[in-house]
Design a protein around this ligand. Structure first.
Ligand code: CA
Length: 344
């Protein structure tokens, strides 16, 4: 079976050098209102990722391709790994997005049958981000954009960011809403348990909430063609979907004051999840969960991803291969859905 993995990460050397050169980051981040807050990031990028992970992020050649070959992965769709460009000030974020997108386009050009890519964009300047998304798609051939959850503490339900969604819908490309550690307003309960803010809980909790805020904002009524990709089997949305729908319906019907936001929306959450979200298997190998999400979301919205180099190609491939589903569905998950969504 042809296999396309769609949440795979890289660093350029220039980007990594830039991160290391910044004395004010990652220890302190500036929230949208200008306030400063202590980041949960480690004190320097030597400890941000183990050296082995950094080297695998930097390698977009021989070693990576060998690992893909050994595990039957035909193509990776690459995105700049966290922290991305979202936490920098607008001008720096925009400039770094342009540089890394040019670099990524070069990788894809060198191995067009093995790599595709998502643009990095800096929503801190929404108009510039929309312009860069268009350039990346129409001039560089990238397949959408990757956004690392909150923008200096703000979620994309804030309408000032919607020029990005308008552009994505117009171009017919998806936005990958990728996790990072929780926004400043959410971070306090994690402080005594620092590691809890990362993949243990914080990544999924933050990105799941972010996705729900998008649904509640009405962005999908305004841009019904917009597609958001969620990794990690949907950041818990499929788990809550039925309960949300059941609690949502009476909100739409009852006479309540103040008027519930739900009444302004065209659909119930589960319908938006099915119409506007695509869900990947990244970093999730657990059979009960894979099968649950397959059963409630369906094979047409489930896509294969590894989360390389944080997870192994081998483990991810074996997990989906082991699912007790027919080959038609496996073909959709492993490559057909990605080819359609990303126009590969
Ligand atoms: Ca990832």
């Amino acid at each position: 079976v042809k296999t396309i993995a769609i949440e795979e990460h890289y660093y350029s050397q220039e980007y990594l050098d830039y991160l290391r050169s910044r004395k004010d980051y990652p220890r302190v981040e500036v929230a949208g209102d200008g306030s400063e807050w202590m980041s949960l990031m480690p004190p320097d990028f030597k400890s941000f990722h183990p050296t082995g992970v950094q080297n695998r992020l930097l390698d977009v050649g021989e070693a990576r391709l060998k690992d893909m070959d050994e595990n039957g992965i035909d193509m990776q769709v690459l995105s700049l790994s966290t922290p991305g460009v979202e936490a920098f000030d607008a001008a720096e974020g925009t400039a770094m997005a342009i540089k890394t997108n040019d670099y990524l386009a070069g990788i894809v050009k060198k191995h067009p049958d093995r790599f595709a890519g998502y643009a990095a964009i800096a929503p801190q300047d929404p108009e510039a981000a929309a312009v860069e998304l268009e350039r990346a798609v129409t001039e560089l051939g990238l397949k959408g954009a990757n956004i690392n959850s909150h923008i200096r503490g703000e979620y994309l339900d804030n309408q000032k960011y919607w020029p990005i969604f308008e552009k994505a819908e117009k171009l017919g490309v998806p936005i990958y809403l990728h996790p990072r550690h929780p926004a400043p307003d959410m971070v306090r309960p994690y402080l005594p348990y620092r590691e809890l803010a990362f993949p243990l809980w914080g990544f999924g909790a933050d990105t799941g909430l972010h996705a729900m805020c998008l649904i509640c904002s009405g962005v999908f009524d305004k841009y019904p063609g917009l597609k958001i990709i969620l990794g990690h089997l949907g950041e818990a949305l499929p788990f809550w979907m039925n309960r949300m729908d059941e609690k949502w319906k009476p909100m739409k019907a009852a006479e309540l004051t103040p008027e519930p936001f739900a009444r302004k929306l065209n659909k119930i959450p589960g319908q938006y999840i099915k119409d506007n979200f695509m869900i990947t298997t990244s970093a999730m190998y657990w059979q009960p969960l894979l099968q649950f999400v397959h059963s409630v979301i369906g094979a047409d919205r489930l896509l294969f991803a590894v989360d390389y180099p944080y997870e192994t190609n081998q483990g991810a491939v074996q997990a989906v291969e082991a699912m007790p589903i027919d080959n038609t569905d496996k073909e959709k998950i492993f490559h057909l859905n990605a080819e359609k969504l990303l126009k590969l």
